[in-house]
Design a protein around this ligand. Sequence first.
Ligand code: G6P
Length: 365
Amino acid sequence: AQAEKAGYKHFMLKEIYEQPRAVADTISGNLPWFRGEMPIKGLGNFKPERIQIVACGTSYYAGLVGKFYFENFARIPTEVDYASEYRYRNPVVNENTLIIAITQSGETADTLAAMRLAKERKAKVLTVCNVIGSSATRESDAVLYTYAGPEISVASTKAFTTQLTVLYLLSIHFAVRKNLISNPDIYLEKISEIPSLMEQFLEEEKKKQEVKNLADRFHKVSNALYLGRHVNYPIALEGALKLKEISYIHAEGYPAGEMKHGPIALIDENMPVVTIATKGRVYEKILSNLAEVKSRKGITITVTNESCKEVIENSDFSIIVPETDEFLSPLINVIPLQLLAYYIADFLGYDVDQPRNLAKSVTVE
Ligand code: G6P
């Protein structure tokens, strides 16, 4: 097993470092349909009136980011459901609905059940999956693959960023087919920069170990709050989930703007607050949320860009990530949060790749 880890201490760390390659492969693997000249195999000329995304766990958070993509670029109303909830809410779904099931393994029981219900109600089902020939791929009308390669660590990392990659490409594809975008190559160029930006951050971290040092300092905390807005709100949720899953520290992810309706009551000098505060339309808003945390003496840890001086000044600790297009920033911003959870769990001496009570794929409902 040591050989399979390619010199990394755990599969999770190896898989975090594989992300530049995984995203690059996912872009090239999906290029044949991306420009929208031809329909996706299995979809024909189907034009979805609505999209419903069903998924579980980390894949669900990818879906939450996907909603921003489908609505902003393709102007298709999009709902995102936990697969385990979808079935029981008697969803409004018909032959004009596209169901997108997002599943790394393709074997998650709740996701399969949600797909089956939607199929019964005549929806088209497209699966975004990492495992060729899995149950989900066999049961759907269309399949788009992520090219993450086998993900061994129970906590998902490279599957997530490759799912975001597919969802982004798919939203641009639909936008082209609806004549909302005429030059998809502009978007392709933007996402094609992501692997090297990821690489840049990961190589810097190897040298400077800033995230690792932060983990060393904070691994004994018992709570943490993660905040983000817009496309980085789901990234706050994912950062908190990663910490919970492998370090067993209680963490909550929240949309930063909702903080004053509850979680702000939790903030004191013992509460680390990890805020995603990179460049984008909500930058000024995040800045004021940060000030709210600071004035209650919370420990402010930010994921931000070098040019975000006000954020850096208002942070006790900043993790600097390369600047990129705001819609693609989740692919970069999630990496320090994955590493933070990883190093905290490792400092605590836990079995990072096999956390207690969790399974890589949950095949029971
Ligand atoms: C389990 C795994 C998670 C994963 C979730 C959904 O809970 O531990 O890492 O995100 O299942 O799995 P799927 O294979 O459907 O993406």
